[in-house]
Ligand binder design. Structure first.
Ligand code: FO1
Length: 318
């Protein structure tokens, strides 16, 4: 069986741990199509938070408490940059993490596309799933917000890390998306999949930038594989992160039903055949979509693998 997962953020990375575990049990292959909208170039380095989050998490090297970067990290580079007064000082680059960005940036500068660079980095981490960036081209999420009394577009990382999303926010713009092409293998994997899963990632800034790449939404919506989404909202609150602020900005209720409605039913021009919600949201309904309620707390690999089994069952491919 071939499983494709659209994913981003720490929620998506943790979900993939369960996907990999369940896939090993049933002998399935997994391809993760990863958001690149969070990517940013700082201090001359290309930083890909979502690709790294997945790579480090599946490679057993992610710092679980902080939710980003490496375990056993040190911060000499960050401290030295601060002593030079180098901006931005609000974004922390760990020493071990910096090595990843150096290798990536060197390869990109030498002309390798991000997809090939990601494969090369994964040689070390052996994530056990194929990681594909949604696109090899520049695609960055920018946020139109009121900052210091002025309305401007800032990079998603500045909005989130510097301001914690706590500024009047008007909209999200996926800069470069219109001209971007799916990275090699992305639409092919979706077209050959037996099931497509939407990870419990932020629908507005993790999944939407992937779908904004021309050709990807169409491959999912018009493809042969059933599509099942997993709710990132449990009992009216995001499991982690800033999905509540993002949903409020785009005028969607912060609920399992709200996010399911945002994705919409395939039969009505949306994406979903099935929508997996938490037992706390068992009343959540999305018109035209089969909904099932199971525990969605990704407390460990077993619990997460059980969610994935339920998602495949809902898709009718278990
Ligand atoms: N998040 C923070 O809250 N503060 C940081 O200084 C920070 C640095 C950072 C460096 C590399 C990286 O891959 C991720 C980093 N993150 C940091 C996490 C990141 O901002 C977001 O949480 C993700 O982009 C959301 O998925």
């Amino acid at each position: 069986m071939r499983i494709v997962v659209l994913t981003g953020g720490i929620g998506g990375a943790r979900f993939l741990v369960g996907v990999r575990a369940h896939a090993r049990e049933i002998g399935a292959e997994v391809t993760a199509v990863v958001n690149v909208g969070d990517d940013v170039r700082l201090h001359g380095l290309q930083i890909c938070p979502d690709l790294d989050s997945v790579m480090y998490t599946l490679g057993g090297a992610a710092e679980p408490e902080r939710g980003w970067g490496r375990t056993g990290e040190t911060w000499v580079v960050k401290d030295e940059l601060a002593k030079y007064g180098a901006e931005p000082s609000w974004f922390g680059l760990g020493d071990k993490d910096t090595a990843t960005h150096l290798v990536r940036t060197t390869m990109l500068t030498a002309g390798y596309p991000l997809s090939q660079v990601t494969t090369a980095l994964c040689d070390r981490w052996q994530p056990g799933v194929t990681l594909l960036p949604a696109t090899d081209e520049r695609l960055e999420t920018h946020v139109v917000a009121d900052v210091d009394g002025e309305r401007k577009a800032i990079h998603f990382q500045e909005w989130w890390v510097r301001y914690r999303g706590d500024v009047p926010t008007h909209r999200f713009v996926f800069v470069g998306a219109e001209a971007a092409k799916p990275a090699p293998g992305v639409t092919e994997a979706i077209g050959a999949a037996d099931v497509v899963l939407l990870a419990p990632s932020n629908p507005v800034v993790s999944i939407a930038p992937i779908l904004a790449v021309p050709g990807i939404r169409e491959a999912v919506a018009d493809g042969p594989a059933p599509v099942v989404g997993v709710s990132p909202v449990i009992a009216g609150a995001p499991v982690r992160g800033m999905a509540d602020r993002c949903l409020a900005t785009v005028g969607v209720e912060v609920s399992a039903a709200g996010v399911g409605g945002l994705y919409g039913a395939r039969t009505g021009g949306g994406l979903l055949d099935g929508w997996l919600v938490d037992t706390a949201d068992s009343v959540a309904e999305v018109a035209g979509v089969r909904t099932r309620a199971v525990p969605l707390w990704m407390s460990d690999e077993r619990a997460t693998a059980a969610m994935v089994a339920a998602a495949l069952d809902l898709a009718g491919v278990s």
